[in-house]
Design a protein around this ligand. Structure first.
Ligand SMILES: [Zn+2]
Length: 616
């Protein structure tokens, strides 16, 4: 490969990029020489891989992608990745480098500013405005066509920032796809020239009684896109909230809601109808709340309604529709098996705790309780335990409200109080069916508590949840539910109390130390001059400036020991049981959380938030 005659009119070449890498002293001349020898073969390999992934010919492999594919060790002992290459190129061209957060993009800006063809050809994505300056992400620092366009518009200041080619291309595809579908819905309405931003006009049109059909292919595709997008972002909930003029689409990710899109009023009604149709709800009913579920599969990146062809990739969504002043509000809870079903070893239990929990579930009979507030991951723990138990020789039965996830290996029943099928009643019937292991969604009344204990006493292993703050107070709760102390002491095997902690973002994690006041708040005793090393997330693009990304469980595991059994018989207060449990070796929730903080997994504020009572 030789340098072309007009170097500034063609994209940065592989050789030129390598030269920048050498100048930055990341690789040696020898390494680079070796890479050049194998570059063409490597490029063809990548092109073939890309074709297999996308089915499209003629994929462009950027210099950064090609360099990264060699996985060369750098002089500072790392592996040279695409991001580092792009950062080095950016620095050489005095440009900023950025990662792209899809949630921060303004889809309307993107699609009104550039055509899809132009964006794709130049691998360019408008990121937003910084004052009067338009910020454009590109993957090539030279990008002659873009600079020519800029030169023809001297009135518009532009900053070019460098980003990863794959991130830019993916967002271009996503944004134009969803825009095309929403626009298509409007074309079918006969308002082809309407700008999506011109909401007033759209509101007028809806007022005139025009409707978009929910089976309109554009609406179907827009909804499919939304569901897929939510899965990709690992969202736990999708909210579609109608307001006076537009409706907001928001996703809950790691417990925090992010607004991702706005739908014109006219499209909201069609999207709502489509989702209701998918959930087999009454589309005509718009005054009453309705609940339903959608099961989708996501093989090969496509959302399909109905059962998956391959097992293990079905996702359940529970739909709740609620009439509001401006239309129907939809909340969709996503039960992704990858989240709900985790291997016991991945729940976040410390090895000692895991060992104890494993002894709990190996018992032939008895009662195991998981406690914590709503949204603390109790269901995940129960499902994981049941899955660990599931063998063809065991009959595992669940009674849930409602069924969180359909699992073929279990026999699942949903309670239905309207026909008298309560937890207690269902449990009574169930016992006649001779199950080995029973999971009861929640113990919240005397009948359920007594039946669960009864089942545990008569040779069944019973797992359930209780809404209490910590493991020791679960015993007091059972006493409140009129379970006699001798039955608790003879059946209760152990209690697991848990919370979810948000984990520190690994891409912006930095070391710091706990302030004395913070240590005091957590009850950590510090000798004068002693330092407690902790970590915080500084906030970056990957974690949407929160410093936190992902969640993990934190636990308190209390086996019911002989000494605790004796205390139960004397109806000892929870504090006394707690003291005994700690003496018997229990690590409290707070202590477990502090250990996770010391390991750099979570932050001080998360520990304080998750382990301070009064959250329910
Ligand atoms: Zn971060």
């Amino acid at each position: 490969m030789t340098e072309p005659a007009r170097p500034q009119s063609t994209p940065l070449t592989f050789d030129a990029a390598l030269e920048l890498i050498v100048q930055a002293r990341l690789l040696t001349r020898e390494q680079v020489h070796e890479m050049k020898l194998h570059a063409e073969r490597k490029r063809r390999l990548l092109e073939r891989e890309r074709k297999q992934q996308t089915g499209e010919d003629g994929a462009v492999i950027s210099p950064a992608e090609l360099i990264a594919a060699f996985q060369m060790p750098t002089t500072d002992g790392q592996v040279l990745g695409e991001e580092r290459v792009q950062r080095t190129i950016a620095a050489a061209y005095n440009m900023r480098f950025t990662r792209i957060d899809p949630l921060k993009l303004d889809a309307k800006l993107v699609s009104t500013l550039v055509s899809q063809a132009y964006a794709r050809r130049n691998c360019l994505l408008p990121m937003g405005r910084d004052g009067a300056t338009l910020v454009l992400a590109v993957d090539d620092p030279i990008c002659a066509e873009v600079r020519a366009t800029m030169a023809s518009r001297p009135d518009q200041p532009v900053e070019l920032v460098l980003a990863l080619r794959s991130e830019i291309q993916r967002q271009i595809a996503d944004i134009f796809q969803v825009r095309a579908n929403i626009r298509g819905a409007q074309v079918d309405l006969g308002v082809s020239e309407t700008d999506l931003g011109n909401l007033e006009q759209l509101v007028k049109l809806t007022a005139a009684g025009q409707q978009v059909a929910d089976d309109d292919r554009h609406v179907v595709r827009a909804v499919d896109f939304l569901l897929k997008y939510a899965l990709d972002q690992k969202a736990s909930d999708i909210h579609i909230e109608p307001k006076r003029e537009v409706s907001h689409v928001r996703l809950r990710i790691d417990g925090v809601l992010h607004t991702v899109n706005q739908l014109p009023k006219v499209v909201h009604a069609a999207v709502t109808s489509r989702i209701k149709a998918m959930a087999r709800l009454d589309i005509a009913e718009k005054r009453r709340p309705q609940d339903g579920r959608i099961k989708i599969s996501r093989d090969s990146g496509e959302v399909k309604v109905g059962a998956a062809e391959k097992p293990g990739i079905e996702v359940e969504m529970r739909i709740s529709v609620m009439p509001t002043a401006f239309g129907e509000k939809i909340v969709m809870r996503i039960f992704d098996p990858q989240t709900v079903f985790q291997d016991m070893g991945q729940l976040g239990l410390f090895p000692k705790q895991l060992e104890i929990v494993e002894t709990f579930i190996k018992r032939p009979h008895g009662l195991i309780l998981v406690c914590g507030p709503t949204g603390s991951g109790k269901t995940t723990t129960l499902y994981s335990a049941l899955r660990a138990l599931a063998t063809p020789t065991l009959n595992i039965t669940t009674i849930e409200d409602p069924i969180e996830m359909v699992v073929e290996a279990f026999n699942q029943t949903a309670v239905n109080p309207r026909v008298g099928l309560t937890f207690g009643a269902a449990l009574r019937t169930l016992l006649r069916q001779d199950p080995d292991v029973i999971m009861v969604g929640e113990i919240r009344d005397t009948e359920t508590a007594q039946n669960a204990i009864q089942a545990a006493m008569t040779g069944h292993l019973v797992l359930s949840t209780v809404h209490t703050n910590d493991a020791p107070s679960t015993i007091a709760r059972l006493l409140d539910l009129e379970v006699p102390p001798y039955l608790i002491s003879s059946t209760l095997v152990g209690v697991i109390s848990q919370r979810l902690l948000r984990t520190i973002c690994l891409s912006c994690r930095k070391e710091t130390e706990l302030a004395p006041a913070e240590a005091q708040l957590l009850g950590i005793e510090q000798r004068p001059g002693e330092r407690f090393r902790v970590f915080v997330g500084a906030g970056c693009n990957i974690c949407r400036d929160t410093g936190l990304k992902g969640r993990m469980g934190v636990y308190e595991v209390m086996p019911v020991t002989d000494k605790i059994r004796r205390l139960v018989l004397t109806k000892a207060p929870a504090a006394e049981i707690a003291r005994q449990a700690v003496q018997d070796g229990m690590v409290t929730l707070r202590e477990s959380a502090i250990r996770k903080m010391a390991l750099g997994l979570t932050s001080f504020s998360e520990v304080l938030r998750a382990t301070t009572d009064g959250d329910f």
